[in-house]
Design a protein around this ligand. Sequence first.
Ligand SMILES: C[S@@+](CC[C@H](N)C(=O)[O-])C[C@H]1O[C@@H](n2cnc3c(N)ncnc32)[C@H](O)[C@@H]1O
Length: 346
Amino acid sequence: MAGTGTGAMGSGYGRHSAAQHEGLQAAAGMLDRALRDVPVPDDGSAFRVADLGCASGTNAMEPMARTVAAVRARRAGTPVWVTHTNIPTNDFGALFSTLAGGTSYTRSPGVFACAQARSFYEPLFPPRELHLAWSSIAVHWLSGVPLPIGGHIYGSRATGEARAGLRRQSAQDWAAFLGHRAAELVPGGQLVVVGGAATDDGLSGAEGLFDLAVEELRDLVARHALIDEQLAVMTVPTWNRTEAEFTEPLLTGPFEDSFRLEEREFVVLEDPMWTRYTANGDLDAYAAEVAASFMAAFGPSLFEGPAAAGAEVARRFAEGLTARVRDRPEEGAARWRVQLLRATRL
Ligand SMILES: C[S@@+](CC[C@H](N)C(=O)[O-])C[C@H]1O[C@@H](n2cnc3c(N)ncnc32)[C@H](O)[C@@H]1O
């Protein structure tokens, strides 16, 4: 494996996750319908929820509060137990601060939260334990990258063997994710996924930003801050699946007898940073925010991954990316594509 597959967000992720938040808004209706259909225990035992790929938990507060309210509306007094999961390198301290903070859904009585540090491509719960599995903007992170992308850091720019390898890895990971959730959900249990996606041309909506990032990395090589060998192994280990890649295993593939796909919706998100910039004209603030949000999401993969480029190179990169976005603001705007899915465990 050329990449470590560590998809951990930087510790600033909670402050720079507005685009992800927009995706969650679009999924609220789907979550409500999942909470209408899901079985709620009638014996006083807990309603069990997984938040898969939680990061700092900031964007989970609203959907989990919604979950508690909906479960309680259907059966008053039902305890709710939420497990937030992520890979071990996640900043779990940030998650626990969010859970202890003023916006936390855990402030209602009878609500319990805990965390588990293990990939969602592995088993996370005992069989038939979960009522609701929720995952937002996380399943596009792969467990690893089979081959270096060659000339780029971003999967949607990969070609040839590298592209085929990413697509294969993505199919294997998605099958592992669905297989484990099929085992863990109770019959009637609901799976709601808000997934980083691509249109059929393979584009995710953030290619311009990643192209700017690659220009800056090449410039760092030209200025001897990085060497070619480091750039060659720098990868963001993601694959934004097309709607067919998401749905085929559920409709005609190995999971057609495990799940019924209830709903799907493909959404193109506006970039909230671009929207703010076009309203207030503050180019410096926009460029700084785009670079900070890029660093929060992808900095750890690029600078702490196999290239081991270190903090000083990361700082120079962020500065250079900010300048590039300031020069070409439109290219820095990311209009992420998102696939919403809801499936019932049969
Ligand atoms: C863009 S953040 C999304 C966080 C949050 N769910 C939200 O909606 O804002 C993606 C998260 O997925 C996590 N992640 C990546 N690969 C993972 C894996 N294999 N298992 C669990 N979490 C993973 C990352 O560490 C990161 O916290």
